[in-house]
Design a protein around this ligand. Sequence first.
Ligand SMILES: [Zn+2]
Length: 308
Amino acid sequence: MVTALLTHDAALHHVTPEGHPERVARIEHLLHALAAFPLMRVPAPLAEDSDIERCHPPSYIGSLESHLPSRGLHQVDGDTWLSPGSLDAARRAAGGIVKAIDMVLDGEVANAFVAMRPPGHHAERTTAMGFCLFGTAAIGAKYALETRGLSRVAVVDFDVHHGNGTQDLLWHERRALTITSHQSPLWPGTGASHETGAHDNVLNLPLPPGSDGSRMREVYEDRVFPRLREFAPDLIILSAGFDAHADDPLANLNWQTEDFRWLTERLCALASEVCGGRVVSTLEGGYDLQALSEAGAAHVRALMEAGE
Ligand SMILES: [Zn+2]
């Protein structure tokens, strides 16, 4: 079966200031790298408010709407910006993961990758931060649990930054296991190993600056794969950031493209064991355009090969 690629031109209309690392060119370069791949290309639809509201209250959505500029930019925090197209883009990132989950659960595709921006994993319940507006991965997890009747969903976040937003949004959700590996110390400073969720449902795996793919492989072999097997999710959602790559300018891990391929292959193999291979991946970070394109392409190729 085929792999779905969900994206939308709206991702190009979320604009950040000149010199900002989370920029339009990220999507352009990544999609260019995927251009020849035989994927099922599906437009990312707008999320329903009800899907977003499983993670963010209407007052938060309303506050973002009220600050949305009709032209120019509005600064939400030190790193996070709104342009006229930003909410449409964030809503389609959330809608993209919902649609991807439906397609995978309905057996239309083997697995799926959502290539949208802004990213989502730093957005907390009532706080936009770290380039993120809506918690895309958590919105997907809640949708799968509440609407599709799944019993357990795992989120695996391999972005180099801690997925503080996903952790916040799923902290009390005993049906979700949130696993995040990340460089520590590094912004946002959360994600210590003693942060384990309200129901021992969060697993944080800090990695030291300068560590490479072999350290990552050890940690995933020793800690992540056994825990996923034990939890036996019905679906695995990946928060796919590519900023742990050695060439990334925002962090100091030394993963290579081959490490992202290995990680994706192993996660897909585990998904085959426990949940019929059902994997939905959503783009988070990755700020060196070449590294993002290569590692992103390796990730999607591994998804495709797993679905064959
Ligand atoms: Zn990141």
